[in-house]
Design a protein around this ligand. Structure first.
Ligand code: DAH
Length: 438
């Protein structure tokens, strides 16, 4: 989730760019989204399956699991200004440059993000709105939104998901220090009385340094305030749900992390049903971000969390596609303000179909394959697994075999229907990527 943008660059990057040129050689002159026309260019890669999801705003429905969770986080941070509804189209400058992402960061690649054209993209994270929000003078804020990433297909990844960003700004002088000391003492007192076991890391370390521009004492106080505030959020969200049978305390673990727009940076994990689960990323905001927003004499922390990830845990929702279901058997199970356990209403058999093929010279990235499948089969696809990847020793030709699991969330899918959809996937694979079916 939060580490998504930290993925390492694949050596296939060059090939992928070439494929895009081929794949969209017949692109329309413009694409329209939310009533606006965007002239296309070689970076345009938004698909209709993705465009159809824009504007659904699931987290704004108070009795949808994402809406319930959104309300819980907002009420925890009750004196923060909670913003919703910002349009998803941003510039690459907002999404990356404003947050000090290096020019060659893999998140910028057309294989990882959705572009309308080279100057407009779907935000990949809510952090894209940090500079404008700080610039408006907000000192304690939350911002919730849909975010978009090209990614693998499985039960916990979907190309559209929702994040909540939060930040708190302090004055960098004596006034900020006094506010921090008081707030830290209050939060530490509350946490000391709660059933929570925290595995911490040092606030600052040689591998997770404070910023040169910061007074080291103040930077530590801000990092500490960040940790206390988020430990307290974890207790609000998971306290009643994650303790073991014998009423064991909630276990929260802090890990050093890296984000281009914070230092020191951390990830937070919660121990739930025998596993450590990554919940959010956070850190002390890079001073450049506040400088870009023209916020002088201030220091801030920020965090970003993925709503689906947490909702899947809290409501026991087994598949991320369910959030998009309009089936009353799903929607009617939830009530505003309440965490309840999802009861699966039906189980349909999985229907596996393989496709194996020789690649054309342009190659084929897994994410390109997944988007093609998503665009053709929509939500009938449950998961896609690469089961064979092989290069012939003599001819040097490469082949791949993917196994697609077709399975509807809402109804029984016949083998004939799965065959028909699979045939469409194969046809568009040949057409768009010039592969030779084996
Ligand atoms: N934007 C990050 C992501 O999506 C998450 C994140 C990390 C947000 C650190 C923050 C932060 O505000 O300080 O991977």
């Amino acid at each position: 989730m939060t580490a998504g943008l930290a993925r390492t660059r694949s050596s296939l990057h060059f090939l992928r760019t070439v494929q895009y040129r081929r794949c969209y050689s017949t692109r329309p002159p413009s694409v329209s989204l939310l009533g606006k026309e965007y002239p296309t260019d070689k970076t345009t890669n938004i698909t209709s399956a993705i465009a159809d999801k824009v504007g659904r705003n699931l987290y704004m429905n108070p009795s949808h699991p994402l809406g319930i969770l959104h309300a819980l986080v907002s009420s925890h941070f009750r004196d923060f200004n909670s913003m919703v509804g910002l349009p998803p189209v941003v510039t690459p400058a907002q999404n990356f440059d404003d947050l000090s992402f290096p020019p060659d960061h893999p998140g910028r690649a057309v294989t990882d993000s959705y572009y309308l054209n080279d100057s407009a993209m779907l935000r990949t994270h809510t952090s894209a709105h940090e500079v404008e929000t700080f610039a408006r003078g907000e000192r304690r804020w939350l911002l919730s939104a849909d975010v978009y990433r090209r990614d693998e297909i499985d039960a916990s990844h979907y190309p559209v998901f929702h994040q909540m960003e939060g930040a708190r700004v302090f004055a960098s002088g004596a006034e900020g220090r006094a506010e921090l000391e008081a707030d830290n003492a209050r939060l530490a007192g509350e946490l000391a009385r709660a059933r929570i076991a925290i595995e911490d890391v040092p606030h600052v370390s040689p591998t997770n340094p404070a910023q040169a521009a910061h007074d080291p004492v103040l930077a530590e106080l801000v990092a500490q305030n960040l940790k206390l505030s988020l430990n307290s959020l974890m207790l609000s969200l998971f306290g009643d749900h994650a303790g073991g049978e014998a009423g064991e305390p909630l276990r929260v673990r802090w890990i050093e992390a890296f984000f281009p727009f914070t230092t020191p940076s951390y990830e937070v994990e919660v121990f739930f049903r025998g596993k450590w689960l990554e919940i959010l990323g956070c850190g002390v905001v890079q001073q450049q971000t506040l400088d870009r927003a023209n916020v002088p004499n201030s220091i801030s922390w920020a965090f970003g969390l993925g709503l689906e990830r947490i909702a899947m845990i809290l409501f026991s929702i087994p598949d991320i596609r369910l959030f998009w279901s309009q089936d009353p058997r799903f929607l009617s199970q939830f009530t505003a303000g309440q965490i309840s356990t999802f009861k699966p209403y039906s189980k349909y058999p999985a229907c596996y179909k393989d496709v194996s093929f020789w690649l054309s010279e342009a190659g084929l990235h897994d994410n390109d394959f997944c988007d093609l499948v998503r665009d053709t089969a929509g939500d009938l696809v449950q998961d896609v697994v690469l089961i064979d990847d092989f290069t012939h020793p003599k001819t040097k030709r490469s082949s791949k075999c993917y196994r697609i699991n077709y399975c509807s969330m809402d109804r029984s899918l016949s083998n004939e229907e799965a065959n028909e959809v699979h045939a469409q996937v194969i046809a568009s694979l040949k057409d768009k990527f010039g592969v030779e079916i084996r």
